[in-house]
Ligand binder design. Structure first.
Ligand code: HEC
Length: 124
C-alpha cells in the first residue's frame, strides 16, 4: 500500500503520541514509587517499634502495654482517618495517647506517604 504524505504525518504523530503517553505514565509510577519508599523509610524508623515491621502491632514497645498498637493490616480506617490519627495522635481522635502525634515531625507530603505505605501492608 502506498502511503500518502498525510497518512505518513498521521502515523508519525500517532507514534509520537504513544511514546509520550507511555513516558508520562512511567513518570507517574516512578513518583509513586519514590513516595512509597519515603513512607517505608519513615515507618521503619519511627513506627516499627510499636506497630512491628509488618504492621501487626507487635513491635518491641508493644510488650506489656494495656493498649495494643493497632494491627495496621486489618485497619478499617479511611485514608483521611489514618492521616488524622498519625498527624494528631491517638488522644486527639478519642483513642489512646500511646499513639503519638507526628504532625510536627513530618511534612504533609511525608505524612501522606506514610498512609500510602501502610496501605500496602494491608492483607485483604
Ligand atoms: C509508642 C507506640 C507507637 C508508635 C511509635 C506509633 N504508634 Fe501508631 N498506634 C499506637 C497505638 C497504641 C495505637 C492504637 C490506639 C488506640 O486504639 O487507642 C496506634 C494506632 C495507629 C493507627 C490507627 C489504625 C487503626 O486502624 O486504628 C495508625 C494509622 C497508626 N497508629 C500509624 C502509625 C504510624 C504511621 C506511626 C509512625 C509514624 C505510628 N503509628 C507510630 C502506638 C504507636
Amino acid at each position: 500500500m502506498i502511503e500518502t504524505q498525510k497518512e505518513k504525518r498521521f502515523r508519525f504523530l500517532f507514534v509520537f503520541f504513544l511514546l509520550s503517553a507511555s513516558s508520562i505514565l512511567q513518570n507517574c509510577s516512578l513518583a509513586e514509587d519514590a513516595e512509597l519508599k519515603k513512607g517505608r523509610e519513615i515507618f521503619e524508623k519511627y513506627c516499627v517499634l510499636c506497630h512491628g515491621s509488618e504492621g501487626l502491632g507487635n513491635g518491641k514497645l508493644a510488650n506489656g502495654k494495656n493498649v495494643r498498637p493497632a494491627n495496621l493490616q486489618i485497619s478499617r480506617l479511611t485514608d483521611e482517618q489514618k492521616y488524622q490519627i498519625i498527624t494528631k495522635g491517638g488522644q486527639a481522635v478519642g483513642r489512646s495517647s500511646f499513639m503519638p502525634p507526628w504532625g510536627l515531625e513530618f511534612s504533609q507530603s511525608d505524612l501522606k506517604s506514610l498512609v500510602l505505605y501502610i496501605n500496602t501492608l494491608k492483607k485483604q
